[in-house]
Ligand binder design. Structure first.
Ligand code: TYD
Ligand code: MG
Length: 449
């Protein structure tokens, strides 16, 4: 006899409750609980590994090389830690329209493996049109238009692909569960089935996941625990650049990032990011400083633009694109208190070119330099780079991997870099670029102008 059970799930974070509640105790959102009927007519508990496994001692004499499949896309290979591991499940999240479907379809169409692309979101015509635009180089890329997970797995068993894409997990449903696709119980069950399939057959599976309004992957947190690799595709939709980050990777580092440019015929890898992030204009304008920053393991030179102008309204505005506004407020307070720049009564805007959102404390020094330059209305030479973190007492702290940053600045033809006095450098004279060090933000003014 089928037994049914009614459970309430938070649609924001996936928290489970036996009764309806107004405010989610887990994520704090209001009115997010929805009822889902779970039928237990069959045992829906998923077993992720084969049950007949026996305990074995951990030893060295074991072939540790996981088999990996290499994709045509060097950026994606690198982000995955050197190709995709067979039998792994990769979850790809990102804002709508950022290019998740494009990225995966393009990788399937350009790969040398037999692929199955399951689309639950777009119609056949839509996928075909997109495929035509991207260019079809793989004759063995099959498209399946299906939303029932049981059917998807049955088809996969039939055609036996070497790689599978599920676009997206929120549109797929299991017959065992009565609630609508995209609900917590459906997403959980379908992912568990896909993981079991991947582990049993050694076929890697890419799963596209939607994100909620806070930018987190939608659905239960357990999804991220279940997947082997969690990737996030991000960028400003109005700019053409996109960043692929690793949030979790069981087979490699989470420091690698991939940079892409959205073109008319799909996504193109950006091989020399510094070149595009620095504008070519030769006129020296005030409020512009170049930061030698790190995006994961990649050193990049980024142009920081700042504008300090008399406030239009009583409360001055503090706006920034690509840089944390809280960090900006902190820098303004430090510059005001320690170096005597009065930002009260001034509107302050900071912008990072190209729609990038670097996540590096070493950006501080360049932001401070750009702010001072705009405040004084004196330009900074475009052949000077900055790298350093600023502390609350105005001290300049060393940025990590300083040598890589210096080498990148040198490679791009800059002739001067300002770094922290306390940076540990083996040989300051071993570079073709002039390295100047500073201890406090006060020194910055003397060194700049
Ligand atoms: P899409 O992959 O559909 O995004 P997602 O699956 O993350 O929702 O990408 C959509 C955007 O990319 C769309 O707005 C159009 C643009 N695009 C291009 O600019 N060039 C292209 O070749 C393709 C395929 C898409
Ligand atoms: Mg899509």
């Amino acid at each position: 006899m089928a037994k049914t059970k009614s459970v309430f799930f938070c649609s924001n974070c996936g928290n489970e409750s036996p009764k309806w509640i107004g405010k989610c105790p887990s994520c704090g959102e209001w009115n997010t609980y929805t009822e889902e009927i779970i039928s237990t007519k069959q045992n829906t508990k998923s077993v992720l590994v084969k049950s007949d496994s026996l305990p074995e001692p951990i030893s060295d004499d074991f072939d540790s090389t996981e088999t990996r499949l290499f994709l045509s896309d060097t950026e994606l290979n690198r982000v995955l830690g050197g190709g995709i591991v067979c039998g792994s499940v990769v979850l790809l999240g990102g804002e709508p329209g950022i290019g998740k479907s494009t990225l995966l379809l393009q990788n399937m169409l350009h790969s040398a493996y037999k692929c199955l692309y399951v689309s639950g979101e777009e119609s056949k015509t839509q996928v075909n049109m997109r495929a035509k635009r991207i260019g079809i180089r793989n004759q063995e890329c099959y498209m399946l238009h299906e939303t029932r997970i049981e059917k998807v797995i049955a088809t996969a068993k039939e055609i036996n692909p070497e790689m599978i894409v599920i676009d997206s997990i929120q549109t797929i449903e299991s017959e065992l569960i009565e609630s609508a696709p995209g609900t917590v119980s459906q997403v959980k069950e379908c992912t568990a089935l896909l993981i079991r399939y991947a582990k049993q057959t050694d076929i890697p599976v890419f799963i596209v996941g939607h994100i909620n309004k806070d930018g987190m992957l939608a659905g239960p947190k357990v999804l991220e625990h279940m997947a082997d690799v969690v990737l996030q595709f991000e960028g400003e939709k109005n700019y053409q650049y996109r960043t692929l980050r690793t949030l979790k990777n069981r087979f490699g580092s989470t420091n690698e990032i991939g940079l892409y440019e959205m073109a008319v015929d799909g996504l193109k890898a950006v091989t020399n990011p510094s070149d595009i992030l620095i504008s070519d204009s030769t006129d020296n304008l005030s409020g512009v400083a170049i930061s030698a920053c790190m995006e994961g393991n990649t050193p990049i030179l980024i142009e920081i633009q700042a504008l300090v102008s008399p406030a239009v309204y009583g409360t001055p505005q503090r706006n920034s694109t690509g840089f944390d506004t809280k960090r900006l407020n902190m820098l303004l307070a430090v510059l005001e208190k320690r170096s005597g720049f009065l930002f009260t009564g001034k509107d302050v805007f900071v912008n990072i070119a190209g729609g990038f959102r670097p996540n590096d404390p070493g950006l501080d020094l360049a932001v401070a330099a750009a702010l001072i330059s705009s405040y004084q209305d004196i330009p900074i030479s475009k052949t000077t780079a900055f790298s350093g973190e600023i502390g609350l007492s105005g001290e300049v702290r060393p940025a990590f991997r300083i040598e890589q940053r210096i080498i990148e600045a040198e490679k791009l033809g800059l002739n001067r870099i300002l770094i922290s006095e306390f940076a540990k450098l083996q040989d300051k004279n071993g570079f073709n670029i002039k390295i100047e060090t500073l201890e406090k933000t006060d020194d910055l003014i003397e060194m700049l102008f």
